[in-house]
Design a protein around this ligand. Structure first.
Ligand SMILES: O=C(O)Cc1cc(O)ccc1O
Ligand SMILES: [Fe+2]
Length: 459
């Protein structure tokens, strides 16, 4: 057997390793045209089709496109018509999902918000990734394309069948919390279990399949007008945090299948559908750098304070969707992975703070170090711009008196944050319909008593 460096095999799937590489992949030998993109006739009688992820004229290092060599061009479909998602859910058990980009649904709410785990569909409901997607919060305009984002949660108990999603609005970062997803895309197939994440760039068609009879749940961060990148490392050097080689892009995989297929298109926040008589997953070969990818969060090379004080969470940035302002993100995807805490004479948990950024947090597994036992996997929290937050009273008491031995913190845990420079607005679904807002959240800080002692003396 020949081992090809840069090709990673997981089960029956193969991936190409690297971030933002110029990749090439063919499912049949010689399916990629040699030396040019658009030959008069392509190998195997395929059609050439370019998918652009940047303006044609963007600087070379920002330029993104992929050439598909496919059985039929994507344009062979019936006209788009308005699509209404099938009614699923009902108040009291599984709340009706709502997908929106309207950020004035409810009055602004600066309060600290915590959600108990988002509710799963019942057996009697047929819910797939698309019908079970609900918008929790967001900001910015998907039309202006000057930056913006939407946070969604998905819950599902069915695979998408003969249906693909085409999001014309934004790139989707998908964070599975429960249940593995098989993400079938035009580029190839990815298997994404919890503790891995994937990104499907705007316009790349995909379908989410789940294992039989399983319930799945997770979080999605959609960004408008920008793409996710790995952050610059500055003085950290050439290595560290999320290393480029650990990002995996699927190899070409095609199906030549004639059947009635539905393309669901999210365009300017509205949903449309078009029919085609074949599978859109018919790309036999492709080359380019505008591709979906996945990443295993356990591969993150953690850097932290090794002597004293609490480092800002930007050291845990996995991916960033930069705004045009240097160092300011439309959204950073930050994790709080297992790591050693060794700081001396330090209050080790997150500090109390008010931030000029919005912080949405989710929990994939375990418990979060600032709110042990009270912030649950599959739930969430939102600490809006300038809204105070920090460890709960119990965490404060423990962390201000504990012996500061080296300890492994967050073992078996994976909490994450979508941190945005946008002032995120809750949707009605996020604030009411979802039925999991924990109205007692503020109580967790009410036990923080004054320890002030004016007679205190330096020793
Ligand atoms: O609020 C939070 O829990 C997230 C967070 C963690 C941290 O270690 C420092 C700042 C911060 O916002
Ligand atoms: Fe915070």
């Amino acid at each position: 057997m020949v081992h090809c460096a840069g090709v990673v095999t997981e089960g029956d799937l193969q991936y190409l390793s690297g971030f933002n590489n110029e990749f090439a992949s063919e499912a049949l030998p010689d399916a990629l045209p040699e030396g040019q993109n658009t030959p008069q006739v392509c190998p195997y009688g395929l059609y050439a089709e370019q998918l652009s992820g940047s303006a044609f004229t963007e600087p070379r290092h920002e330029n993104k496109r992929t050439w598909f060599y496919r059985i039929r061009p994507s344009v062979k479909h019936t006209p788009f018509t308005k699509y209404t998602r099938p009614e699923v859910g009902h108040p009291g058990t599984y709340p009706v999902p709502v997908l929106t980009t309207r950020w004035d649904d409810v009055d602004p709410n600066p309060n600290q918000i915590r959600w108990l785990p988002f509710k799963m569909p019942e057996d009697s409901e047929d819910v797939d990734f698309i019908t079970g997607l609900s918008t929790v919060a967001g900001a910015g305009d998907c039309k202006a394309r000057m930056g913006g984002m939407a946070i969604h949660v998905y819950t599902a108990n069915r695979s998408m069948v003969d249906t693909a999603f085409n999001n014309s609005d934004g790139d989707m970062l998908i964070v599975p919390q429960q249940g593995a997803l098989t993400v079938r895309t035009e580029v190839g197939v990815m298997r994404v279990p919890p503790n891995e994440i994937c990104v499907v760039p705007r316009g790349v068609r995909f379908a989410v399949e789940i294992d039989d009879e399983k319930l799945v749940r997770g979080y999605v961060c959609e960004v408008f007008g920008v793409h996710y990148k790995i952050p610059d490392l500055g003085p950290i050097g050439a290595n560290g945090l999320a290393n480029p080689r650990d990002f995996l892009t699927p190899v070409a995989a095609y199906e030549d299948r004639e059947c009635e297929f539905t393309i669901i298109n999210k365009f300017q926040g509205a949903m449309f559908q078009a029919k085609m008589q074949h599978s859109p997953f018919d790309v036999v070969a492709w080359h380019g750098n505008y591709v979906p990818f996945k990443y295993d969060l356990d591969k993150f090379m953690v850097i932290n304070a090794t002597l004293f004080d609490h480092a800002d969470p930007s050291i845990f940035t996995v991916l960033t969707a930069p705004s045009g302002i240097p160092g300011v993100a439309v959204c950073d995807f930050v994790i709080f992975p297992p790591r050693w805490a060794v700081q001396e004479h330090t209050f080790r948990p997150p500090y109390y703070h008010r931030n000029c950024m919005s912080e949405f947090m989710g929990l994939i597994k375990g418990e979060y170090e600032a709110k042990k036992g009270a912030f649950l996997p599959g739930g969430g929290s939102l600490h809006s711009i300038m809204t105070p937050h920090g460890p709960d009273a119990k965490t404060y008491d423990i962390a201000s008196t504990e012996a500061l031995d080296p300890v492994k913190v967050a073992e078996g845990t994976q909490a994450f944050m979508f941190e945005s420079s946008f002032s995120l607005a809750l949707t009605r679904w996020g604030e009411e319909t979802c039925e999991t807002v924990d109205s007692d959240y503020f109580q967790c800080w009410q036990g923080l008593e004054s320890n002030f002692d004016p007679s205190w003396k330096k020793t």
